[in-house]
Design a protein around this ligand. Structure first.
Ligand code: WTA
Length: 654
């Protein structure tokens, strides 16, 4: 079972204490918890001074006078790129490798901190020459190549904000994100490698900018795929031409701690993705602190690899900002885990001697399925810490991960957090915590989490409830781009009756007798497919935008490999019912969703039905559809307007 249920978890009794040797050398010590408990706000002020270089020191730590709008370190100034680059070079670590990049076809490139700093300086000058500065937004739509990270850092070096759009999203998704944030510049590539082929990116940018007015004045194109691209003179520029022509020197200026750092769009419960806004000082503090302590990072000796794409929050915080702020050496890999061979990831771990490895349960489960004989062909003895993120990790996958990838000894840190939280919120500290497979365990020092019932009272173990963050935290989102009302409504209104602000995360959870937290999955209309967030409503909107569809309902059905999978129920327009077979219609619609949103949203199955189950007030009862999609007996149908509907649906499908 990929998703956790309270019953199965309560029977999980295996415990794994850290080894003495690991504890003795641990980066984190127990006094982190005590000092955070004594004075939470002062604790974060200390961490901000310890982990961040300030161009101008802050004197105010937290301003929570107008909740839910927080300000951290507001009168301080910093340059985030300087923190990730120049300061390491100035400290004498310029020769340390920042990025070991591995391209899918096997090309590789190691870039030192000195080289990365030099490239970012040139890129910043090139972007500044195109008019980018503080207050602007740069959209980045790239494969996982070093230039993606360079473009992010160059943007923020100038005090501008980036909006990275995952390269797997469609032209349509890219267009709505460019428009929502009024991006001025787009950085893309002439293609990227995936499963032995080059996929086009520039073509999607062209389509996104094709009709109508756009805020975009230039498109910078990185040469990667070597395929033909269309060119709009005056707008499109080759990245390498601009970099070569740019001045090499660039002095990083300090910007206010609350200067926007990036916008990242994520699915919510309504149709339109939300632009989650993060700012600079608080975000960088928590990113660097958690990266160091949760992964026990030793920058001089570790080789760290987080497999996320920079198109997701994990790639922002634990590829770009956390590791580089800490001066870590990391691996960046362009391709998929199983291409060109099923041992590709393990080959990379062996090649670079990866010691800290951070990935998602969905990947672990697919490797489990392929069998341990594949990783066993490689030398994985360099591994000393394993991490998991994106969805609950089921205990079986946890044990396999530790035994097969971690030689039965590596601690596993299961990290709970969200695009909105910016950085890790709940996780073990590997030298301190006795691990429990399947539980994300405890809030990191300085974070306050509660589990509440619907009525706002704290639930007692072993009952489940809703997870809230009950004190502001440094890396918290500062809002939804351009929509403060939606920000308040989505995250802060659920427990408005309580004294003090409660951030509602949208996750169910329960606490056990030891105070350890077990995540139980989303409680809203957000699905989690392979660790990626998708909204049922967004996919329903995509389906009904097709002229053959009258109505659609989407559910996330449990799936062995991907955690959840998208399953859609569609009513065709009456004039369409005979125009094609159900199989043809569902093939066409699966393709349509991929085109509208991106391949990750393509439904696993689409059932063409005559009716949808609705309550008397017209609300679709997705719970019943989920029963069908998961092959279960159909639950209570008494609240349906027409109680025979479910019978009709299941008869037709069987
Ligand atoms: C889920 C990814 C259980 C959760 C960093 C959350 C998890 C959503 C875990 C955020 C975990 C993430 N255990 N569930 N360790 N990590 N989730 O914004 O439902 O892509 O709300 O951020 O993923 O997804 P997002």
């Amino acid at each position: 079972m990929p998703s956790n249920s309270i019953d199965s978890l309560l029977h999980e009794s295996r415990r794994f204490a850290p080894s003495e040797a690991f504890s003795a050398a641990s980066e984190a010590s127990a006094d982190l918890y005590t000092s955070a408990k004594e004075d939470r706000v002062e604790f974060w002020a200390d961490k901000a001074r310890e982990y961040v270089h300030w161009h101008k020191p802050f004197t105010e730590t937290l301003d929570w006078s107008t909740p839910p709008f927080a300000k951290w370190f507001a009168d301080g100034e910093l340059n985030v790129a300087y923190n990730c680059l120049d300061r390491h070079v100035l400290a004498g670590n310029g020769d340390r490798v920042a990025i070991h990049w591995e391209g899918e076809p096997g090309d590789s490139r190691s870039i030192t901190y000195a080289e990365l700093t030099a490239e970012v300086k040139r890129a910043a000058n090139a972007m500044a020459a195109l008019g980018v500065g503080q207050g602007d937004v740069v959209a980045i739509y790239m494969p996982l190549v070093p230039e993606a990270v360079i473009a992010m850092l160059a943007t923020v070096r100038l005090g501008a904000a980036h909006s990275v759009v995952f390269g797997g999203f469609s032209a349509e998704s890219l267009r709505s994100r460019i428009d929502d944030a009024s991006a001025k510049l787009v950085v893309t590539a002439d293609g990227g490698w995936r499963k032995g082929k080059v996929f086009p990116l520039k073509a999607a940018v062209d389509a996104a900018l094709a009709n109508g007015e756009s805020s975009v004045t230039n498109v910078l194109v990185v040469k990667r795929g070597d395929n033909e691209v269309e060119w709009t003179e005056g707008r499109d520029l080759w990245w390498h031409d601009q970099i070569e022509a740019a001045e090499p020197e660039h002095e990083a200026q300090g910007f206010p701690a609350e200067n926007p750092l990036f916008v990242l769009y994520t699915s919510g419960t309504t149709g339109k993705p939300k632009g989650i806004l993060h700012t600079s000082g608080g975000y960088l503090t928590q990113a660097a602190f958690t990266h160091k302590n949760v992964f026990d990072l030793k920058p001089e000796t570790d080789v760290y690899w987080c497999t996320a794409d920079v198109g997701w929050i994990t790639g922002h915080t634990y590829v770009t900002y956390g590791p580089l702020a800490n001066g870590a050496t990391q691996v960046l890999y362009e391709g998929t885990p199983d291409s060109p061979n099923p041992g590709r990831w393990w080959e990379i771990i062996q090649k670079f001697g990866v010691s800290i490895f951070y990935t998602a349960p969905t990947a672990i489960r697919s490797f489990m399925k392929a069998g341990r004989q594949i990783p066993e062909q490689f030398d994985l003895s360099s591994i000393r810490v394993l991490g998991s993120v994106g969805e609950p990790i089921n205990p079986e996958a946890w044990i396999w991960y530790r035994d097969v990838i971690g030689a039965g000894t590596a601690p596993i840190v299961d990290t709970w957090w969200q695009t909105e939280t910016g950085a890790i919120m709940i996780a073990a500290l590997p030298g301190l915590t006795t691990l429990k497979p399947g539980s994300a365990q405890v809030p990191i020092p300085g974070i306050k989490i509660d589990i509440l019932g619907e009525d706002g009272t704290r639930v007692d173990p072993p009952n489940g409830g809703l997870l809230v963050v009950s004190e502001p935290w440094p890396a918290m989102l500062r809002g939804i781009w351009g929509d403060p009302e939606r920000f308040k409504e989505t995250y802060w209104s659920k427990f408005a009756q309580l004294e003090g602000e409660q951030y509602f995360a949208g996750d169910g959870a329960h606490v056990d007798e030891d105070g350890d937290i077990w995540l139980l999955g989303r409680v809203d209309d957000v699905m989690n497919v392979s660790g990626h967030r998708l909204s049922t409503t967004e996919i329903e909107s995509a389906l009904v935008s097709n002229p053959i569809v009258a109505e659609a309902a989407v559910v996330g059905a449990a799936d062995e490999a991907t955690g959840q999978a998208v399953v859609a129920f569609v009513i065709l327009k009456s004039n369409q019912e005979h125009a094609q077979t159900a199989a043809e219609a569902s093939a066409l619609l699966r393709q349509h969703v991929a085109k509208e949103i991106g391949a990750i949203a393509r439904p696993r199955e689409i059932f063409i039905v005559a009716e949808l189950p609705k309550t008397r007030s017209g609300k679709i009862m997705r719970r019943l559809l989920q029963d069908v999609a998961e092959g279960r007996e159909i639950g209570d149908t008494t609240t349906l307007a027409d109680t025979t509907v479910m019978q009709i649906i299941s008869d037709k499908l069987n």
